[in-house]
Structures are given as structure tokens and as C-alpha cells.
Design a protein around this ligand. Structure first.
Ligand SMILES: [Zn+2]
Length: 140
């Protein structure tokens, strides 16, 4: 029994869409359960095709930069500077994940696009909260 790629409900039909994976566009078949889910899948594929590269680039740069900055701050600067850098870095990562909630293909297949996106947004908010609390705790 096939499942809707978006909500994991029982599929009624399938549609092949040009989906970009590893910088190569390939026709990928998506199962769907309703017109709404088909449109949601089309929207997701379009968003992913035009934003995934940007997300990976910004994500790697941010993560790499944050690790270097945190190490330098830890060694050479005060606890307050370290706390601000770590806090702001986490907030930036959280905002990035909220704006581009991309999961791996395996996660999409297991949870469906809808739940995977929701889960990533919740994690993103948690990362932002942890970042804010890092800064807040410097002053209490
Ligand atoms: Zn569905």
C-alpha cells in the first residue's frame, strides 16, 4: 500500500516531478492522497529545487564560522563575549532552519513532508530558545 509523500495517508495516485537531488534534476515519483497534498508536494519540490543549494551553502558557512568563532572566543575573550557569540550563532542557525526546513530524503519517506517540516521547525524554535537563554543567563 502506497502512502502520500506529504501526509502519509493512503495514496490515490502518483505524479512525477523534476526533483533536484545532489545538484542533479531527476524525475521523481511522488504519491499523493488528495489535490491539496499534490499541490503541497508541488510547492515543496519547487521550494526545494530553488533553495536547497543556498541552504547548504549558508548552513556550512555559518556552522564552520560559528565553530571557529566559539573556539577563538573561548580562548581569547571573556565569558560574556563567548556567551554572546554562541547565543547569536545558535539563534542564526535556528532562523536558518526555520526559513529552510530541509530534512534528508530518508526522513521525508519515514515521516512525510508535512511532519518532517513541522518537526524541523520545532527543533529550529528550540535552537533559537537555547541561543536566547545563553545570552540571558549571562546577566542573571
Ligand atoms: Zn496526503
Amino acid at each position: 500500500m502506497d502512502r502520500c509523500a506529504y501526509c502519509r495517508d493512503v495514496s490515490i495516485d502518483e505524479k512525477a516531478l523534476p526533483f533536484q537531488v545532489n545538484k542533479k534534476e531527476a524525475l521523481t515519483t511522488f504519491e499523493y492522497c488528495s489535490t491539496e497534498c499534490r499541490e503541497a508536494i508541488e510547492g515543496f519540490v519547487e521550494f526545494s529545487n530553488s533553495n536547497l543549494d543556498r541552504f547548504v551553502k549558508i548552513g556550512f558557512t555559518l556552522l564552520f564560522g560559528l565553530i571557529i568563532a566559539v573556539i577563538i572566543a573561548k580562548i581569547y575573550f571573556s565569558a560574556v563575549v563567548y556567551g554572546w557569540i554562541l547565543g547569536l550563532g545558535l539563534i542564526a542557525l535556528g532562523v536558518l532552519f526555520f526559513r529552510y526546513p530541509f530534512a534528508t530524503w530518508g526522513v521525508y519517506q519515514r515521516l512525510g513532508i508535512k511532519n518532517a517540516t513541522r518537526m524541523l521547525r520545532i527543533i529550529a524554535v528550540l535552537i533559537i530558545v537555547i541561543g536566547c537563554s545563553h545570552i540571558y543567563l549571562l546577566y542573571v
